[in-house]
Write a protein that binds this ligand. Sequence first.
Ligand code: ACO
Length: 327
Amino acid sequence: MSRNAYIVGTGHAVPDGIITNADLEKIVDTSDEWIVTRTGIKERRRVDAETASSDLVAEAVLNALDMAGWKPEDVQGIIVGTVTPDYPFPSTAALVADRLNMGKIPAYDFEAGCTAFIYGLIQAKAFIESGILDRIVVVGVDCLTRITNWDDRSSCILFGDGAGAVAVSSEGPGGRLGGWHWGSDGSLGEYLIQWGGGSRNPASHETVDKNHHTIYMEGSRIFKHAVRAMHDSCMEALKRDGTPKKDVDLLVSHQANLRIIDATARALELEPEQVYINIQKYGNTSAASIPIALDEAHRSGAISESSTVVLAAFGAGLTWGGMILHW
Ligand code: ACO
């Protein structure tokens, strides 16, 4: 008998600290009007000095487990998509598995920029449908404010911190993981990159002096690719799923720029109420943006028991991906 994978719990966590557009006007040459018109962002969250990604992950996972009715020891594996782990190693996933007393389960981090959560769902689907695992937690987390270049007005206005998690099970009911699409193009990698701190340019006084431990982004070049990648990922995932776009109830996409979300919604011929948007509150939270939006949509009733939901993302790599969920 063929096995399916179902999202049976969702959760998220964001820090309390808020940075408004007015706060940013004090540190770079920008305006609330420019930021809202060009991006849709009004404010974003920022972790305090003591908080790291694993703290947000632990809270998001507990929320997802609570909805699923799972105890930590029910979880058979945890995977965390992030570009801002607590440490380069050990993995944030292993730290959280230990902190929540999940036992000696497989736990690892992986990196696909803002597309990581969709990459994670595709991994979870493969693990469950193949019979390797029955219950897995998939997390997207980033604290991008830790690697933001606060001198660069074209990027520092975009980013915020947060975590989102889902509990995925071989047993429904829940949101069944359906058709998917994923891809990458490393030839475009230099458009969105952290130059320092890896094996190419290990941390040194020079890399710190040159600000190479922060995000370097060529926003307008990425914009073009993002619009195309989100569109193509949605269409390919729908095709693989055998679902026509007229059957889509809700788009929950990566929250990078309102104009990119709008372009994707137009391609799917969706009405405004069929698009979940929270970019105004959180900005771009990278790997966390889709699971945060999914949890909010789920808890607010925007996703109901028979909803067909499209997820779509793009990010550093460049990477992109899409997935169809059937509730
Ligand atoms: N305030 C005021 N003016 C600004 C600001 C700002 N914060 N930032 C840039 N400008 C200026 C520029 O200097 C430029 O001025 P000029 O015409 O005198 O040269 C003008 O505004 C237009 O700049 P563009 O870069 O063309 O503006 P654009 O409309 O493309 O918006 C933005 C920039 C918001 C960055 C957009 O390109 C974007 O969202 N790109 C996608 C980025 C993205 O999603 N990246 C994340 C991927 S996810 C991940 O993995 C983290």
